[in-house]
Design a protein around this ligand. Structure first.
Ligand code: 5AD
Length: 354
């Protein structure tokens, strides 16, 4: 698909033609990754964050948010629960928290790997190459780091660098690929100041980076952030809307362009449409769901954006509604780790060359 076609789809409003985009994405999904929907247990291990991102409720200047950091025993108990639920993967996610030290995380990874058959996915922000290498050596399988937008000016405006350390997530993703992680990136849809051209670039970057996992969700304004208080001043004339349809278009195009990637129906999408969000995502390109495993006492404090779907539900209830939704679509719960077909192909090509 060339760039003009991408832009055409991104700006398409005709319901019939959009119906054909959803159908194509669903067919490509079935052909390349099948009917299994892989479940990843999402564990939000720390809400501490040193960054000042203009969109995120965890930003350091948000002093109203009581912070928490889970200890090793708590994390392990939740990982065992993930395995008991039959998940293949646990995702350890946090703000950018230096209190999660290299040794602490390496130890947690080793223990999860020795106690359970789970794949371990990290989503801990921009960390040093030394840490990323140590965690890979400790047994981590995958790393999620959305680049949020490929528009460098917009990115710099909403995601200030730390002093003396320029934030370059695209470079970090390449580093993670060199370390032989299965790599995940993605963007938010409808960031104030984001244009349709930006989204076309983002989708081209998904392919260029050869992403194994692609996470896209709508931007949801958080009142305790500068972008949440922005009353439209940052919008541009070619502004992308932060709605469901726009999010689904990017998911569907990502599926067409990266047919073997794992693509989640994100929590943010389910937050916009509690009744149908997950089902829409799974029928318009998605093949993964990430039920929340975070203990109830902490969940409310992982306040990235308001009204996160399932915030009130404990883990077993969350799982029940997700499983029922998958079955209703005539799909199956994924068995095993659910490694990305894209990654397996890249690894086998590499070993063949060697
Ligand atoms: N709305 C939607 N998504 C958000 N994220 C952070 N803040 C928001 C928000 N206000 C997303 C970012 C980040 C992921 C963990 O959550 O894309 O990478």
């Amino acid at each position: 698909m060339n760039r003009d076609e991408l832009l055409q789809w991104l700006t398409e409003t005709n319901p019939e033609r959009l119906g054909s985009l959803w159908a194509q994405a669903d067919a490509v999904r079935r052909k390349h990754v099948g009917d299994e929907v892989h479940l990843r247990g999402l564990l939000e291990i720390s809400s501490h964050c040193v960054r000042h991102c203009l969109y995120c409720g965890l930003r350091a200047p948000n002093r109203d948010l009581p912070r928490y950091r889970m200890n090793t025993d708590e994390i392990l108990a939740c990982a065992r629960q993930a395995a008991d639920f039959g998940y293949g993967t646990v995702v350890l996610q946090s703000g950018e928290d230096p209190g999660l030290t290299n040794d602490f995380i390496a130890d947690v990874i080793r223990r999860i790997k020795s106690d359970t058959p789970l794949a371990v996915t990290l989503s801990l922000g921009e960390r040093s190459e030394q840490e990323l290498a140590a965690w890979r050596a400790a047994g981590a399988d995958r790393y999620l780091l959305r680049f949020e937008t490929s528009n460098a000016r917009l990115y710099a405006a909403i995601h200030p660098s730390l002093p003396g350390r320029r934030s370059d997530r695209i470079a970090l993703l390449r580093q993670l690929r060199e370390l032989e992680y299965e790599i995940g990136g993605g963007v938010m849809i409808g960031i104030p100041g984001q244009t349709f051209e930006d989204l076309a670039d983002d989708i081209e970057w998904f392919a260029r980076l050869d992403l194994d996992m692609i996470g896209v969700g709508p931007f949801i304004p958080h009142p305790a952030t500068p972008l949440g208080q922005d009353a439209g001043q940052s919008r541009v004339c070619n502004q992308v809307p932060n709605n469901e349809e726009m999010t689904c278009k990017v998911m569907a195009l990502a599926r067409l362009i990266c047919p073997e990637a794992n693509i989640p129906a994100t929590t943010a999408l389910a937050t916009l449409d509690r009744r149908n969000g997950m089902e829409l995502g799974l029928t318009r390109g998605g093949n993964v769901v990430m039920p929340n495993l975070t203990p109830a006492v902490y969940r409310r404090r992982y306040d990235i954006y308001p009204e996160k779907a399932n915030i009130q539900e404990a883990a077993p209830e969350c799982l029940g509604s997700v499983e029922r939704g998958i079955i209703r679509l005539g799909r199956r719960i994924g068995q095993g780790r659910g490694d990305s077909a894209n990654y397996l192909r890249r690894r086998s090509a590499a070993s063949w060359k060697a």
